[in-house]
Write a protein that binds this ligand. Structure first.
Ligand SMILES: NCCCC[C@H](N)C(=O)NCC(=O)O
Length: 451
C-alpha cells in the first residue's frame, strides 16, 4: 500500500509541469485524475469482492499488485518521449481535443492501476478485519493507513525533486518511472510472501482459511446490503468525506501555488504535511478506539475539522496569503484525515454481518469510488468555469471549488450525526471499544460459568 499510494499521487505536484510540457489543461488533469476510479465504478470493484471471497487473499493480492504494475507501465509510456509526438499520439489527440493523446493513454493506464489499487485495499481491509477480530483491529488498520500516508508524504517530497534530477528541463517521466519500479518491487515482495505463507500452511498443516465457505460472496448479499439504511449512511458518509480529501490532495499543490504565489516544489513541501498529521495520529487513534471506543464521535469531529479547513482555503487564504496559515490548516486537515479513517473502517465489521464483510467493504469502496471518479472531473470543470479566460496556471481562483469541498464536509457531518443518533438508539456499539475490557471479559466468563 506504501508504494501504491506513492504512485497514486506521483503526478499531483506536477500539474503545472504537465500543463506546460504536455498541454494538460485543468480539465484534462481532472479527467485523468478521475480515471483512476472509472473501471471500479463500472463494476470492477464488485467483481473484485467476488474474486476476493472466492479466491482468497494470496491470489487477490498478487492479481491486484500485477494490475497496478501493468497500469503503471502504460501510464509511464503515455508521458514518455517514446509515445509523445508519435503517429499514435497524433491520432489519439485528434478527437476529444480537450484531452491530449498523452492524457488519454495515461488515463487508461491509471484506470487499470486503480482497479489493482482498490482491489488491494479491500483485500487488506478484509484480511486485517479477520486476523484482528476482537483484538487491536483499529490499531492494525491505523498502522496500514499510516504506511499509506507515509507513501503520500514521500512522493510529495520526492516527485518535484526527481522531476529535476537529470538536470536540464524538468521531466515528468523520472518520478513516474521511479514509482513504477517501486510497484514492481512491491509485486515481487507480495509473491515472496505468498510462497512463504503457503509453505507455512503446509508445514503447520493448518489451512489459512483463505476461502471459508461461510464468508463466501453471494449476489443476494448485495441486494441485502443495498436495502440496509446503515450501509447507505456509512457509504454516503465515506464518499462525501473522501471526496473532499483525495481530490484535494491532487489539486492542492496548484491551489497553494495560486494563493501564495510560490513554486510547485514549495507548495508540495507544504502539502506533504497533510498526510504526516494523519500518519502520526491514525495508529494512536486506532489504539484509543480499540481501548475506549467513541468511533461515532470521532467521525463527527473529523467532519467538523474538514469543513473548517476547506473554508479557510476557500475564503481566508486568498485574503491572507500566508504560508504559516496554509501550513496550520494543512496540519489540522491531517488531524481530520486521521480521525475519520481511524474510526470509519473498523466500524464496518461492527455493524455488518461477518458473512457480508468482503462484500460490504467492496460495496462501500464502490460507492466511494463513484465520488472519487466524479469529483476531480467536477472540480476541474468548476475550476475552469470560475477562471474563464485565465491561461496562466499560477493565476487560478480556487474559491468556488474549495467551497464545493466544504459543502461535501457539511453533508458528511449530517451523516455522521445521523449515525451517532442511530447508534444511541439501537446500540450498534459504534461508541464501544473493540477490545472487551478484562473486567467485562471476566464478568462474561463468570456469567457463562453460572449458566
Ligand atoms: N487511491 C487512493 C484512494 C484509496 C481509496 C480507498 N478506497 C480508501 O478509502 N482507502 C482507505 C484510506 O483511508 O486510504
Amino acid at each position: 500500500m506504501f508504494f501504491a499510494y506513492m504512485f497514486v499521487d506521483v503526478m499531483s505536484p506536477l500539474q503545472e509541469l504537465l500543463e506546460v510540457r504536455l498541454g494538460w489543461s485543468p480539465t484534462a488533469f481532472g479527467n485523468y485524475a478521475g480515471a483512476e476510479y472509472m473501471l471500479n465504478v463500472f463494476g470492477f470493484l464488485i467483481v473484485a469482492g467476488i474474486i476476493l471471497d472466492k479466491m482468497g487473499v494470496r491470489f487477490t493480492g498478487t492479481l491486484s499488485a500485477s494490475l497496478m504494475v501493468g497500469g503503471a507501465v502504460i501510464k509511464l509510456y503515455a508521458i514518455s518521449p517514446l509515445f509523445v509526438g508519435t503517429a499514435f499520439d497524433g491520432w489519439l489527440s485528434s478527437w476529444w481535443t480537450a484531452m491530449p493523446g498523452s492524457a488519454k493513454l495515461a488515463a487508461l493506464g491509471f484506470m487499470i492501476f486503480g482497479c489493482g489499487c482498490e482491489m488491494a485495499g479491500i483485500t487488506v481491509s478484509k484480511a486485517i478485519a479477520r486476523w484482528f477480530d476482537g483484538k487491536e483491529m483499529a490499531l492494525a488498520m491505523g498502522c496500514e493507513m499510516a504506511l499509506a500516508r507515509l507513501g503520500v508524504f514521500a512522493v510529495f517530497s520526492l516527485s518535484p525533486r526527481l522531476s529535476q534530477a537529470l538536470g536540464g528541463d524538468p521531466s515528468v517521466v523520472v518520478p513516474v518511472a521511479f514509482c513504477t519500479v517501486l510497484l514492481l518491487i512491491g509485486l515481487i515482495c507480495f509473491i515472496v510472501f505468498t510462497v512463504m505463507d503457503r509453505t507455512l500452511d503446509r508445514q503447520t498443516g493448518v489451512g489459512s482459511g483463505e476461502t471459508s465457505s461461510e464468508e463466501e460472496f453471494k449476489l443476494s448479499d448485495v441486494g441485502g446490503l443495498f436495502r440496509s439504511r446503515l450501509f447507505w449512511i456509512i457509504a454516503l458518509l465515506c464518499v462525501l468525506y473522501y471526496s473532499a480529501i483525495f481530490p484535494f490532495q491532487r489539486f492542492g499543490t496548484n491551489m497553494l501555488q495560486c494563493n501564495l504565489g510560490i513554486s510547485a516544489e514549495t507548495a508540495a513541501d507544504l502539502l506533504r504535511w497533510f498526510p504526516i498529521g494523519a500518519l502520526m495520529l491514525t495508529p494512536p487513534l486506532g489504539y484509543c478506539l480499540d481501548k475506549f471506543g467513541r468511533g461515532a464521535t470521532m467521525l463527527i469531529l473529523g467532519s467538523l475539522l474538514l469543513i473548517g479547513c476547506h473554508l479557510v482555503f476557500a475564503l481566508l487564504l486568498p485574503a491572507v496569503p500566508s504560508q504559516i496559515l496554509a501550513l496550520v490548516t494543512i496540519l489540522v486537515l491531517g488531524v481530520s484525515f486521521a480521525l475519520v479513517p481511524a474510526a470509519l473502517w473498523p466500524s464496518v465489521p461492527k455493524v455488518m454481518d461477518k458473512r457480508y464483510l468482503g462484500s460490504a467493504y467492496s460495496l462501500i469502496f464502490w460507492v466511494q469510488n463513484i465520488g472519487l471518479f466524479g469529483v476531480p472531473i467536477l472540480f476541474g470543470n468548476v475550476l475552469a468555469a470560475s477562471n474563464a479566460g485565465v491561461t496562466d496556471p499560477m493565476e487560478y481562483d480556487y474559491t468556488n471549488p474549495m467551497l464545493m469541498f466544504a459543502g461535501f464536509g457539511v453533508l458528511a457531518l449530517i451523516f455522521a450525526l445521523w449515525l451517532k443518533i442511530l447508534d444511541t438508539r439501537k446500540h450498534y456499539g459504534l461508541e464501544a471499544p473493540n477490545i472487551a475490557s478484562d473486567t467485562a471479559v471476566e464478568a462474561a466468563e463468570a456469567e457463562s460459568a453460572e449458566e
